[in-house]
Unconditional design. Structure first.
Length: 285
């Protein structure tokens, strides 16, 4: 009886140990480990940001999608789930674990750099103002008394607000109104229709739009960005730095072998300088 009891306790103890080991292994698995083990990747994208990401013939295409295709190959991903979400849900969604990382352009700023792990940049993101073709606006000071638009919760919203404050501080009236749209294409429609007088957005996107619709839009001028880090990148959760580094390695490889420049010419019509360092504010993850 005593021997049988020992045997039962031995089996139970062994089972507990195996369960603990399995639990520890599961806890130790990172998002990158999971992606490699399952061959499946889920990303969050705002497919309303041409030419970075947009929908054409029912598919998400664009500069960012072409980069993502290379990341998928390098990570050995067999199944890609690309969620098309409103911009306002993208960053909260990655922190909530709804997808593995953000594969849509995220402007770099100090506040975000404390909460998210940025990849190396995929593009220049200098903020710029765009006007209607032929409008008599030549400099940012001409935006005094004008209706200006940008996207809600975008990296250019604080840029627009800072410009409004600067115009007032230097003796101007500031904007007549700052209109915030859910997606940038809505602001372009508003500009074309005369609802707003200018749109503040990153230069690459505006340059591509002006090239596509030269009879409708014109670039106005760069907009000041205090303490700015004018680049666009992707982000992961703070505890997924190994995934961030793996994605950055692919971007760096594409930059160094010329594939990134080729995609920039394809989608924007010009090449951009992508730095190795100096693109993040102090204290960034």
């Amino acid at each position: 009886m005593r021997k049988t009891t020992r045997t039962i306790f031995g089996v139970l103890a062994g089972s507990v140990c195996l369960a603990l080991v399995a639990s520890q292994q599961a806890c130790a698995e990172t998002t990158l480990d999971k992606i490699k083990r399952t061959g499946e990747l889920t990303v969050g994208t705002e497919a309303a940001y041409p030419p970075f990401e947009f929908v054409k013939d029912g598919k998400i295409v664009g500069y960012g999608s072409d980069i993502l295709a290379e990341v998928v190959k390098e990570l050995g991903v067999k199944k890609l789930n690309q969620l098309d979400l409103p911009w306002q849900g993208i960053l909260p969604g990655v922190l909530a674990g709804k997808f593995d990382f953000v594969a849509t352009t995220v402007g770099i700023n100090a506040e975000r750099a404390k909460r998210y792990a940025y990849t190396m940049p995929i593009a220049d993101g200098v903020p710029y103002a765009m006007k209607r073709k032929g409008d008599k606006l030549t400099k940012v000071e001409d935006l005094n008394g004008k209706v200006v638009a940008t996207q809600l919760a975008s990296s250019t919203e604080p840029v627009a607000r800072a410009l409004d404050a600067k115009l007032k501080a230097t003796g101007g009236t500031g904007f007549k109104e700052l209109k915030l749209f859910t997606a940038f294409p809505e602001s372009y429609v508003a500009l074309a229709s005369g609802e707003v007088d200018a749109v503040i957005q990153s230069l690459p996107s505006l340059a591509a739009l002006v090239k596509d619709k030269p009879d409708v839009f014109e670039l106005l001028a760069p907009t000041p960005q205090e303490g700015g880090f004018p680049y666009l990148a992707w982000v992961t959760r703070p505890d997924d730095k190994d995934l961030r580094d793996a994605v950055s390695a692919v971007i760096r490889k594409m930059r160094d072998d010329g594939r990134l420049a080729a995609l920039q010419k394809k989608w924007f019509g010009f090449e951009m300088t992508i730095p190795d360092q100096g693109y993040l504010p102090p204290g960034a993850m």
